[in-house]
Design a protein around this ligand. Structure first.
Ligand code: FAD
Length: 389
């Protein structure tokens, strides 16, 4: 164990509410007990017992914890962020399960759904008895979803959906899919029970990243839904983008969890691994890697905490979240790679976490807005010039 942990050195608990730290500690215990021991196997086998885990996270009150009512805890953004840090310290794939359920699917239902939709779906989703997914991306339309090809057309009072969605987390295990589709009046959101005829999902094979996560293609072939399936409050692309802003705050924190875990493993390893007659921790080059990584980690956590306080005050802007995602995911990837080098050859196996985290963070760099998209958002905020096209 480190003599002083990076968290202790940065006094990172300072300023957080006792109840938020208590929630974090409960999640840490659950993760240590039911997730961490299995990760190496899940990742190498490309498997995640997502429904079991959803139930366990639901029992702890983690799913949709930042939402109010309908069985949700109404916790602060800071508490939610700390929880994401703990879960992603285990694996980004497990954090994705929780983020997609709470910040994307449940958030969309909570913010844009009718009272009936909320009553039907949110309480069982908060308990983890029902799993949701969020279908925005298509194979040919990722960074520019406004071009989406999936259509929802009226047939009498019904809606009929045709198209496909790609890279959808939880897609093949979900009970309900929040699907974004083009209508005659612009982009709208639809609540699609996954047992509706015409809905099918199959998992993306041969992933090298986020292997402990379900990632699926969804096909919508004449999916007929009642008029009440539309999300009444969702008008245009702003609705799914607002859900993504919520979820990105979880990434700003979560990515630092992956970084912290890499760092702790590297320190532990460096203290016990001897070369040239001394622990490699005693060499200056190793200490430089650990010090640089700790500086990046502490800075990332402090920025995350600052953004969460802005969210709790109701003033957080999408541009600030972009800045946070951009910088923290890059930081986390640098830390995971640097820590992997400290583990030498052992570091390339699934027995240690840094390379698994680095592989996962390649996805985190890409999903919920790529690094390039967030760079352009920040560039526009600074200059006033949109450089997207
Ligand atoms: P593209 O948009 O094709 O981009 C390719 C490259 O071109 C990127 O580097 C991009 O930054 C760059 N680029 C594009 N436009 C520009 C430009 N104007 N200027 C400069 N560079 C540009 N989506 C969902 O809807 N729901 C999910 O649950 C979900 N889960 C995911 C899980 C995983 C494991 C993965 C890998 C993805 C997931 N996604 C999900 C999709 C993800 O959000 C998209 O992959 C992402 O938005 C990027 O889209 P793309 O892959 O089509 O890349």
């Amino acid at each position: 164990m480190p003599v002083t942990t990076p968290d202790e050195l940065g006094a990172l608990d300072h300023g957080h509410a006792e109840e938020d730290l208590a929630m974090r500690d409960s999640v840490r215990s659950l993760v240590d007990e039911v997730v961490r021991p299995h990760l190496s196997a899940w990742f190498t086998e490309g498997h995640l017992p997502a429904r079991d885990l959803a139930r366990q996270f639901g029992e702890l009150g983690v799913l949709g914890m930042h939402l109010d009512g309908y069985g949700c805890a109404g916790a602060s953004a800071s508490a939610y962020g700390l929880v994401c840090t703990e879960i992603e310290a285990a694996d980004s794939g497990v954090r994705s399960l929780v983020s997609v359920q709470g910040s994307l699917a449940m958030h969309a239902l909570h913010t844009y759904g009718s009272e009936e939709q909320r009553q039907e779906w949110l309480p069982p989703m908060a308990r983890g008895e029902r799993v949701g997914c969020f279908g925005l991306t298509e194979a040919d339309h990722g960074s520019d979803p406004v071009q989406m090809a999936t259509r929802a057309r009226r047939d009498g009072r019904d809606w009929v959906l045709d198209g496909s969605k790609m890279w959808i987390t939880n897609g093949s295990i979900a009970d309900v899919a929040v699907i974004w589709a083009r209508t005659d009046d612009g982009i709208g959101g639809f609540v699609v029970p996954t047992d509706t005829p015409g809905f099918s999902a199959r998992d993306v094979p041969r992933k090298l990243s986020l292997r402990a996560s379900v990632t699926s293609e969804i096909v919508l072939d004449g999916v007929r839904l009642p008029a009440e399936a539309a999300l009444p409050g969702a008008a245009g692309l702003r609705a799914p983008l607002a859900c993504l802003t919520q979820a990105r705050l979880g990434i700003v924190f979560g990515s630092m969890g992956a970084a912290r875990d890499s760092l702790i493993q590297a320190i532990d390893y460096a203290l016990t691994r001897e070369q040239f007659g001394s622990p490699i921790a005693a060499y200056q080059l190793t200490q430089a890697k650990l010090a640089d990584s700790t500086a990046d980690y502490v800075t990332g956590m402090l920025f995350a905490a600052h953004l969460a306080r802005l969210a709790d005050a109701g003033t957080l802007t999408p541009q600030q979240v972009s800045l946070g995602k951009l910088t923290n995911v890059r930081r986390a990837l640098d830390i995971a790679r640097r820590c992997r080098t400290i583990l030498g050859a052992n570091g390339i196996t699934a027995d240690y976490s840094p390379m698994r985290h680095a592989a996962n963070l390649e996805t985190v760099l890409t999903y919920e807005g790529t690094t390039e998209m967030h760079t352009l958002v920040v560039g526009q905020a600074l200059t006033g010039h949109p450089a997207f096209r």
